[in-house]
Ligand binder design. Structure first.
Ligand SMILES: Nc1ncnc2c1ncn2[C@@H]1O[C@H](COP(=O)(O)OP(=O)(O)OP(=O)(O)O)[C@@H](O)[C@H]1O
Ligand SMILES: [Mg+2]
Length: 191
């Protein structure tokens, strides 16, 4: 997998030649996603947002065969990630709502069909942000976009692969990019 550090600070581009590479990126991100994080997955229809979120969720739950349906009709699917040792900002456990080893709720949103920001609040956005949120079509968040969000833009390449552009991940983004290179499909994982 080709990874290219960008000249812009805090921006990393990762070439994903096939869906196995997208899943490898999802798995690589699992250890660095923390309580209170908002991971915004931007990209055209079919860019690979759900593929990435699915691999990330399966890795967080340590279950490579876990059912992770696209939330395109339900708008949100929630997952209890058991026993994840997830520190918040500054290495502290965030807000006391997830003690070490107690687990955290991860909410996977697809806002393509969202009917305005009011509908997002009704879906439980505020509570979801106390845990971890993964958001497809984050353009729909508008003013509710978390200022500290971690961004992943998926761009379809002319050769059919994808480029992932990571912004807001700091040193984690660079570490993930450096750690990738083996896009071997994890045993038991299927798209
Ligand atoms: N790096 C990649 N190279 C080629 N194909 C990929 C790559 N990553 C994912 N795909 C494929 O792209 C297709 C669409 O993926 P996916 O459903 O995850 O997209 P999406 O962005 O969630 O779409 P939507 O906008 O409809 O929610 C799938 O067939 C998936 O296997
Ligand atoms: Mg999707």
């Amino acid at each position: 997998m080709d990874t290219t550090p960008s000249r812009a600070p805090d921006v990393v581009r990762i070439c994903l030649p096939d869906d196995a590479a997208t899943m490898a990126l999802g798995r690589a991100l699992a250890p660095v996603v923390r309580v209170g994080d908002a991971v915004l997955l931007r990209g055209d229809l079919g860019a690979g947002k759900t593929t990435l979120a699915r691999a990330l969720l399966r890795a967080m739950c340590d279950d490579p065969a876990m059912e992770v349906p696209s939330p395109s009709y339900t708008l949100v699917q929630t997952y209890d990630v058991p026993g994840k040792d997830v520190p918040g900002e500054g290495g502290q456990v965030a807000g006391g709502q997830a003690e070490r080893g107690q687990g955290v709720e991860v909410s996977h949103f697809d806002l393509w069909r969202l009917d305005g920001p009011g509908a997002l609040v009704e879906l439980g956005w505020d509570d979801a942000c106390e845990g971890i949120v993964l958001v497809e079509w984050p353009e729909r968040l508008g003013a509710l976009t978390p200022p500290h969000a971690r961004h992943i833009d998926l761009v379809v390449r002319a050769d059919g692969g994808r480029d992932a552009i990571l912004r807001g991940w700091g040193a984690d983004g660079r570490a993930v990019a450096c750690g990738l290179g083996d896009d071997t499909k994890q045993a038991g994982e299927h798209a």
